[in-house]
Design a protein around this ligand. Sequence first.
Ligand code: SF4
Ligand code: SF4
Length: 400
Amino acid sequence: MTEPPTPAKRRYDVAASRDDVATTLRQAADQEGFVLCGITDAVDSPGFNRLARWVELGYAAGMGYFASRLDAYRHPDRVLQGARSVAALAYPYAAHAAPPAGPGEGRIARYAWSGDDYHDVIRAKLHRVCDATRAAGTHPDGDPIGVRGVVDTAPLMEREIAELAGLGWRGKNTLLIRPGLGSYFFLACVLVDLPLPADPPFETFHCGTCTACLDACPTDAFPQPGVLDASRCISYLTIEHRGPIPTELREPIGDWVFGCDVCQDVCPWNRKPARHAEHAEPPLETVDLHEILMLTEDGFRKRFRKTPLWRARRQGMLRNAAIVLGNRREPAAETPLAETLEDDDPVVRAAAAWALGRLDTDSARESLRRRAPRESDPTVIAEIEHALGDAPASSAENLL
Ligand code: SF4
Ligand code: SF4
């Protein structure tokens, strides 16, 4: 009896499989609205020492997670075990001209204009890209490939990875810039534990002699080109920073109540940025500051829970609103600011006291005097004394 023939074992074509996975990843990213996708090898971060030095110099300010998980930034395999490739993806946000803030209004950074929390939006897209990528191939031994998508929250040097993946160069404002697209986009990454064909890195630097971003920064937050001192940056101060904002940085904040776009808006590469699908009327280009000051914890939750502004918390948004009103010096702000002197949060009361001092009217001073005998928080007392012009030696600044 003749033996049945052994079925010919299908030869696993490693190169073809990797090409399939990479092609699928790119196509899925494109379908999800990512406008750029580049792939690079997962390697030791060439900029790790620079990051460590940045943290050491205190430029991460209160973002303690940089120091606490610094080691994890050394290699992408700390984010996905066995990572061999990383795809860098760009997802665009609003690129149209910013409207000026009207009376009683504060400006919002353009990444938040849509009113959607980009983490939620992009994470859902990354899930679908990862699922498609996973389904496109296996390891040579048949094991499923590992894929992980991340946006913003993992210890990854996204801008460096994006540069290595050919997406653009890091400008003197530290942001990634792509010719023809500018810098109005989010970066996200997809890590894969299979070596995929890589794209060439972006090796040219197109800032030239331009220093527009460095010159325009209202708070002088760049100690040198390409290095940001977050402790001076309005984006950090108005979104991430908890507690009072240092006195000398309040006036430069101008009318930015959440984030800041100055170093992007002045960049010549953003003069004619490509436009992509945008909300017809972005709901959050500006906000009414008087309304913000009236928000209770519950009101703040209802209004902003699903938006990027949630990140700043109620304390941060009311503090920022008071500072912007102090900068705008509009008489209509006096009553809301005086009422804010009664807020439960001393950080908010301190900002209101500073802002009333800036209004420089008899009635604003009267509001401060009325509050003074009932105030028990030393920082607020110092702010009131400072605002009334009779600060003792231990001024408000010494208490910050
Ligand atoms: Fe300066 Fe604003 Fe850019 Fe921060 S976001 S570095 S404050 S221009
Ligand atoms: Fe570079 Fe000028 Fe843009 Fe700054 S403003 S990132 S220096 S091109």
